[in-house]
Design a protein. Sequence first.
Lengths: 506, 179
Amino acid sequence: MDVLTSAVTLLMDWQVLLALLIGSIGGVIIGAIPGVGAAVAIAILLPATFALPPLVGLVMLLGIYGSSMYGGALPAVLINTPGTAVNALTTYDGYPMTQRGEARRAVALAYSASFFGGIFSILCLMLLAPLLAKIAPHFGSREIFLAALLGIILVVLAHRGQIFAAGMLAAFGIFLQTVGLEPITYSRQFTFGQTWLTSGVDLIVVVLGLFALSQAFLLLTQPDESPEMVSIEGSMLSGLKELWLYKRVATVASSLGVLMGMIPGVGEFTAQFMSYTYAQKTSKTPELFGKGAPEGLIASEAANNAVPGAAMIPLLALGIPGEALTAMMLSVFYVHNVIPGPQLFQNDMPFVMALYLALLVLNMIVLAFLMVSTNRLTKMIELPTRLIGVTILLLGFVGVYSLRNSITDCAIAAGFGVFGVILKRLNLPIVPIILGMVLGGIMETKLRSAMPRVKDPLDMIERPIAMIIFVMILLVIALHIRTLVKEARNPPRDVDTDIHPTQQGQ
Amino acid sequence: MTRLKGLQELFKRYRRPGDIVFAWVFLLFSLFLLSQLGTQAPWKSGGKTFTQPAFWPTISIIIMAGFAALHLLSSALSPRILGRWAEVWAWVRSVEYAGWFMAYVFIVPQLGYLGTTIIFAVLLALRAGYRDRRTFLAMALTGIAIVVLFKSLLQVKIPGGAIYEFLPTALRSFMLTYF
């Protein structure tokens, strides 16, 4: 109870509350505009938050992270274009409902399911927190190294159909973070005698290039789009009542969101895929899925909104980010010298609890905001994409230049911007590069600090948790090989080469 | 069952035109890095393998080259998708906007953040194909909003323009602090 009181006190600062308000409402708006995802917004705002106190900065970014998917559901349902990548599945059943003249019902259900998923995951985490505080200290260097390794393997394997590309890009990320002055022996690595490479390649510069600038370049080089929106009449509250009819699907989807969110490298897509499959298999009308089934919409939205809260677990308890957005948030921690990991969970529980409470409040703010402003939000979606591109380009400058006023950083970011355009156009994933950089750094330091206690390779897995993670790694690889064998026997047909919404803006 | 399969495919990434060009370039880049390992990240004599500074660059480049070779192989063995060079041209076109971005970076310390942002917001709208005054005005206002939000309110570190030196003292310090 003491922890909860301290957490509430931390949260009751006007700066934190303002950041929460700006983050959550800003996140909904950003999520609703197709082409600008939470990743772009967080990348741009990241350097600006460094000047703020840690909780204020984190709460603002968390606000954007947690609320963008609410906003993203709106264009997904109304115009068949997901606002953020994780709303892609929502188009499957949301848009057919709109075509049937049930736009209000679909939007209301999407909001309600998102709200349910968000609240469900936070309650799970609050209940889990004391348990996590007990387990986290058992994670030493070896365990964290293995967990980061598992994260890398999962992020590569999660990119179905592009495993080789994901592997090479993850390795490229690991390589990038080794460039520059090496901290142990102070030798220069891969600087090619260039002084500007000595300080290495900054993660935030890469993030800004790959997410923000590339999106700006992409929008500017593509034909202009300005979707026509329909306005929605009537109250959104009915969705909450209707959701009650589908509480089983919503609960299972949220649980899967929490589970998948906790495992590094897995995230929203797997959670949605599993919950949608579950909803369809257990439905009385499975034939309606993809044609406007409310359960499908609920499965998709509840699962994706349960992920942000859960993704905070590996980040806070172990210092391991599971996907790109939490990887970006990790840098906010580092800048303020708050090192996430077992110690944080053990010594600063009120801080962790305050973050969870912030997530809880955020979901309420967002729902209240959407109840009154959905129609105004639809106007935002009509913004022409090229002008959005111009705005992102101008904002990208603030992000990169304000880091350390370095023109070199800007040039590197511009280079990564072009690289990001190539990757996005080729359907190749960006996330492995970012996770490679972050998890590569973690693996390097943790392996080094684990070495004095490891005399032979088996010492690496002598402790129970290390052993469990190691078995998980083997299991994941074995399961993947099994899938490969299955696919080889039954190859997929009708391979398409279009750019899918799931690949955009990640 | 067909529906479930369709869903799996939604989350699956497929090859697009130009993949093989990228695969070749990435493999050559990896091989170049591999050839530089001896000079850019030399293996120090003595010391454990895992604590060698060159350990992670070596491991990552070897994995990178291995996967890049497999990626190229899979791309080469797959049926050709037409439109390879048109796609490469689309990549090259994005370099123009990287140029705009760098021009913006170079001009800010000269003309100041506010002026440069307004100019670039309008010029880029012009470049994007807009010719109406309303759009230019809206973009200029967007530029002002960006500067006010980040420089005036959030006090993000962006240096004042050299041009501010010509302003009267009182106005100069105001402009240096807020714009």
